[in-house]
Design a protein around this ligand. Structure first.
Ligand code: HEC
Length: 125
């Protein structure tokens, strides 16, 4: 009888500690979203263009211009920065076409880099 209770208490404690450890993990992810991802002082030339070139230019350079969206020069890109469509599409938010089309979402580090550059005013640097 006594042994039963101890085992039950043990299982309950184990469950609680497991629940806490997974919570702790979530919090840690939120506190350090950029762990191993450099997002400071992003450069349009060196950081942003390579991401778009690899993932977007095949449909959104001036020649292809799919959906009337050209992203291969700073001033055209700014249109989609400023109307929110660039980030909405990259983050697969509702109300925007998920991009890149028919492919996996960009890795979160690349989305963070683009977002950081936008928050800095999307400079042509
Ligand atoms: C395989 C072709 C293809 C690729 C690759 C692609 N797109 Fe698109 N994109 C389209 C087409 C076609 C449209 C217009 C139809 C639509 O909105 O779904 C579009 C529309 C958009 C729009 C407007 C969306 C809206 O809701 O108004 C944005 C912004 C955009 N793309 C950004 C990107 C970005 C950024 C990338 C790279 C990460 C990318 N696209 C990669 C084909 C592509």
């Amino acid at each position: 009888m006594m042994g039963h209770k101890i085992i039950r208490t043990f299982i309950i404690l184990l469950t609680i500690s497991l629940a806490f450890s997974s919570c702790y993990y979530d919090v840690e992810e939120e506190l350090y979203p950029q762990l191993g991802c450099e997002t400071e002082d992003m450069s349009y030339q060196n950081d942003i263009i390579p991401i778009l070139e690899t993932n977007c230019y095949q449909c959104h350079d001036a020649a292809n211009n799919f959906g009337n969206v050209t992203l291969d020069n700073h001033s055209s890109l700014l249109i989609f920065v400023n109307n929110g469509r660039l980030l909405g599409s990259l983050k697969h938010e509702s109300g925007f076409s998920p991009m890149p089309q028919n492919a996996q979402m960009l890795i979160s580090c690349n989305i963070q880099k683009i977002e950081s550059w936008i928050n800095a005013g999307a400079p042509n640097n």
